[in-house]
Design a protein around this ligand. Structure first.
Ligand code: NAP
Length: 289
């Protein structure tokens, strides 16, 4: 019978930027749960050993971050339906020595969307900027939740096309198209877009320019940027000026963490405490740098 130690954590390389330890340790304290959450910096050549150590040491749960979300899958015993479709795992639970992988990024996005806009993704048309790891998770979950139509616009068109092919193969009822971010294709579809989501890393630096012409923004579109630092990217500033409803990446980060915590402990954590902890930490440290 597997014995657990009350340890949770995150594997990444690098991992020092992660805000998850603050969030999870705060909720363990708040709920009086005996877990401790530790960031582990794992060198690429040690990933397989590190995953084995979850089982050997009896660690209860681990988050996975950049660059291991895809690579870690080969070391697990079972993978959830969503994580398989997305092709990436961000949460592992040690279930009596069996390591099961989940992906809570996509569901975290949906929960943030529903909480903030009091509506669901079904019957809505989305334009997703970017076709990286976060985009894959969000797009897959949007398709599973019955989004009406999805356009993916990416700098490297082939990456967007690959997501489309994967979705068409696995969730065939989805209506989904790939666009070239560097062409004018967005101009032709912008009038039918209900929700625009930036999933690229453009917007993190103060010097980053807008990826799309700001004339395309309007008060008819919800604009979401999944970047959480800075809290208001140029895209969100410009969208607000046009009267659009906007949302940054903090709530997605909170909800993906909350879902992971629930998988590990069976306890629904207090979302507002997690959110406040993140914002306080960001304000007191990162934003003052
Ligand atoms: P990723 O897999 O590396 O994907 C990066 C995406 O950005 C790709 O589509 C890439 O296009 C695009 N891109 C990069 N540089 C670009 C440029 N100069 N011009 C146009 N497009 C460019 O990264 P990720 O893991 O998806 O993360 C992306 C962002 O989401 C990061 O800012 C991350 O912090 C944020 N994020 C937030 C949450 C949350 O919970 N809020 C969760 C995950 C990620 P190509 O395909 O052409 O390279």
């Amino acid at each position: 019978m597997q014995k657990y130690i009350n340890l949770l954590g995150i594997f990444g390389y690098p991992v020092s930027h992660s805000l998850s330890p603050y969030m999870h340790n705060k909720i363990c304290k708040e709920l009086n749960l005996p877990y401790f959450y530790v960031p582990f910096e794992i060198l690429p050549e040690n990933l397989g050993f590190a995953v084995k150590s979850i089982r050997i040491l009896g660690i209860k749960g681990i988050n996975i971050t950049i660059p291991y979300k895809e690579k870690v899958m080969q070391y697990l015993d079972k993978i959830s339906k969503e994580a398989k479709l997305i092709g990436a795992v961000n949460t592992i639970i040690n279930d009596s020595g069996k390591l099961i992988g989940y992906n809570t990024d996509g569901k975290g996005f949906i929960k943030a969307f529903e909480k903030n806009f009091k509506t669901t993704p079904s019957c809505k048309t989305f334009l997703i900027l970017g076709a990286g790891g976060a985009a894959k998770a969000i797009i897959t979950q949007l398709c599973l939740e019955g989004a009406k139509k999805i356009f993916i616009a990416n700098r490297t068109l082939s990456n967007a096309k690959n997501i489309v092919l994967n979705i068409k193969k696995n969730i065939p009822y989805s209506e989904i198209y790939a666009l070239d971010l560097n062409s004018n294709e967005i101009n032709n579809i912008i009038s039918e877009i209900d929700v625009l989501v930036n999933t690229t890393s453009i917007g993190m630096k103060k010097t980053d320019a807008l990826l799309i012409n700001n004339e395309l923004l309007s008060n008819k579109t919800i604009v979401i940027d999944i970047i959480y630092n800075p809290r208001e990217t140029l895209l969100l500033k410009e969208a607000k000026k046009k009267g659009a409803k906007t949302l940054n990446g903090i709530d997605m980060l909170v909800f993906q963490g909350a879902l992971a915590f629930e998988i590990w402990t069976g306890v629904k954590p207090p979302i507002e405490v997690m959110r406040k902890t993140l914002i306080e930490h960001m304000f007191n440290t990162i934003e003052k740098r």
